[in-house]
Design a protein around this ligand. Structure first.
Ligand code: S3P
Length: 169
């Protein structure tokens, strides 16, 4: 069985949607950030601070390779920067059906303006950081996705309904 994979920018709802979808479809869920934190026994912020972003990106690729060795039939939610690496985009497509949860920069800013857990958004002008990063990444998400789900202004029930429709087709 193929996996269902959720991609998209930080704060688009991948982790929450992944959990809810796993209850509905009665299948396991794996979140690459949580998997990496569990294996490393430290937070993403600590990994970035102690070993840098490049190290974290290699851990993301290793995590996808490991998942390819495991049974399918699960929901995977992956970190917002994971699809930027071309190799990862290829691995994601091998792993299953890819759904892009697309949110606007303004929605993301409203959700994450007080967040302290995303190292890439700390410091001054997070709104500008979000705009610039989303501008760079949107093409990577679109390049990987089989389906795009627009999430702006929608509640979780609506989003889950749209996902269920798109995966049953
Ligand atoms: C990142 C997104 C984060 C996490 C790390 C880097 C990114 O995951 O992997 O902070 O580069 O966009 P979420 O998308 O789950 O917030």
């Amino acid at each position: 069985m193929r996996n269902i994979i959720l991609i998209g920018f930080m704060g688009c709802g991948k982790t929450t949607v992944g959990l809810r979808l796993s209850y509905r479809l009665r299948c396991p869920v794996t979140d690459t950030d949580k998997e990496i934190e569990r294996e490393e026994k430290r937070s993403i912020s600590d990994i970035f601070a102690e070993d840098g972003e490049a190290y974290f990106r290699d851990r993301e690729t290793a995590c996808l390779r490991k998942l390819l060795q495991e049974n399918g039939g699960r929901i995977l939610s992956v970190g917002g920067g994971l699809p930027v690496r071309k190799e990862n985009r290829e691995l994601l497509r091998e792993l299953g059906q890819v759904l892009y949860l697309r949110a606007s920069a303004e929605t993301i800013y409203e959700r994450l303006k007080h967040d302290t857990t995303r190292p890439l958004l700390q410091g001054s002008n997070p709104r500008e950081k979000i705009r610039a990063l989303l501008g760079e990444r949107d093409a990577c998400y679109l390049d990987t996705a089989d389906v795009v789900i627009d999430v702006d202004g929608k509640d979780f029930e609506t989003i889950l309904g749209e996902i269920e429709q798109s995966i049953s087709q």
